[in-house]
Design a protein around this ligand. Structure first.
Ligand SMILES: [Zn+2]
Length: 435
């Protein structure tokens, strides 16, 4: 394929947006600002979300240039960004934020140890005699909000601090309760909170208590704020397979008692999922759900392993899935949901920028994708902000955002009847807010 007669080597199922971005992110920004238009060889405007034929030739023309006179532009052929500018203030950022905030939402991928309030960390450190890099909540929050990670491992380094105040029942209960309270405040209706119980035992807390404690906090939040939540237990890639098997046992013991799934988290590079396949076999054999962090810091081979060695029912991130079109087709055909975490992916450098995140491609191809926070603290984000960023950087319309939000409810590890009842309850409100 070609842009301005320059050959661009890109995957065959790319969209116009991908082709432009692949060559230059700056061009995409200029298109968004309305300074450039994309046209075909005949000078006709081309939509950013349009599909490409093999050998397609596209040209970038300055706005008002002779190949793309605005008065020749039929509304249906207008690029999304130009359309948005023409309709003016109808969908300003504040308006989108207000609508998204009001929508009932899910957060299916949120780490308990990555979603604490800085002030709580300071108070817990004081009461349990833990030393912190600083006792000032604002400075601590700033330090824990990752802005300069080189990779996933670098990002994960911050968790040693949060975990240091999560070694006692009262602390864990409070952290789970406050996470639910914060999520409920932005209308999250259902949340699946994940964490690795083994990381909460360094001061002797018994494994069952590491599950009972957050469940108490979640139960209290349900009564006070009406937010439903469940737990997902994480094995850790860079720990022994024995540890994963112990955690699989724990997951099975709490099946139908608040735990809805088993996950594999931690450093992905050099730590393949297949090493933990026995733990996943135990979990699936007990009819429990599995999700796996994959395709975040490693390529599609990692997603392949998560699916075919470990039997994952959902994939955490899946950022690099687009590199394997065959696997992407399989995931689409089997409606395997991807738990997308935009901000976190930019921070860990899984993608170069919001504008180049493949979630746009996945959504356009019909994959089941939802947006999630990953870590409210380290990523400095909320479910609302993740959707606003998709609107701002990836041209998601409010209608499309409603679809992402509904995908979240559809992908939940709830029993079928519960899920249908919840969907029936929330769908009219979500659609109304998108109108
Ligand atoms: Zn994660």
């Amino acid at each position: 394929m070609y842009v301005d007669d320059e050959p661009v080597d890109i995957w065959p199922w790319a969209l116009v947006r991908d082709l432009v971005t692949w060559r230059s992110e700056d061009d995409l920004k200029r298109i968004r600002r309305g300074e450039l238009h994309v046209v075909d060889a005949a000078g006709r405007p081309v939509e950013l979300g349009g599909h490409l034929e093999a050998g397609a030739r596209l040209y970038l023309r300055a706005a008002g240039g002779k190949t793309a006179e605005p008065d020749q532009t039929a509304e249906r052929d207008e690029p999304e960004t130009a359309r948005r500018q023409r309709v003016g203030t109808k969908h300003t950022e504040d308006r989108v934020r207000e609508r998204v905030r009001a929508m009932p939402k899910t957060d299916l991928h949120v780490h308990l140890d990555g979603s604490l309030r800085p002030a709580t960390i300071v108070e817990l450190a004081e009461s349990h005699g833990v030393s912190l890099p600083t006792d000032d909540p604002e400075a601590l929050g700033d330090y824990l909000h990752v802005r300069d990670a080189q990779n996933l491992e670098d990002y994960l380094g911050r968790f040693a601090i949060t975990l240091s105040v999560m070694q006692h029942s009262d602390a864990i209960e409070r952290i789970a309760y406050e996470l639910c309270e914060d999520a409920a405040a932005e209308n999250v209706r259902y949340m699946e909170i994940r964490y690795s119980p083994i990381l909460l035992t360094s001061e002797g807390l018994p494994l069952p208590e590491t599950v009972e404690a957050p469940l108490r906090g979640m139960r209290r939040a349900r009564e006070e704020f009406g937010i439903e939540s469940s737990l997902i237990i994480c094995g850790i890639r860079n720990m022994d397979a024995d540890v994963s098997r112990d955690l699989a046992d724990l997951t099975i013991a709490y099946k139908n008692r608040g735990v809805v799934g088993f996950d594999l988290a931690g450093a992905e590079y050099n730590y393949p999922a297949k090493k933990h396949k026995n733990a996943f076999y135990m979990v699936r054999n007990a009819n429990v759900n599995a999700t796996i962090h994959a395709g975040e810091a490693y390529g599609p081979e990692s997603i392949h392993q998560a699916l075919h060695y470990c039997g994952a029912h959902r994939i955490g991130h899946g950022t690099r899935l687009y590199e394997d079109s065959d696997l992407m087709q399989y995931i689409n055909d089997h409606r395997i949901p991807l738990e997308i975490c935009l901000t976190s992916n930019v921070q860990t450098r899984a993608v170069d920028s919001f504008a180049t995140h493949p979630v746009r491609l996945y959504f356009d191809r019909g994959l089941v994708v939802s947006l999630n926070t990953d870590n409210r603290l380290m990523s400095g984000t909320t479910v609302t902000e993740e959707h606003v960023r998709a609107w701002k950087h990836l041209d998601f319309t409010l209608d499309e955002i409603a679809e992402l939000v509904l995908h979240g409810f559809r992908s939940a590890f709830l029993h079928h009847a519960e899920k249908q009842a919840l969907l029936e309850e929330v769908e009219p409100t979500i659609r109304e807010l998108a109108a």
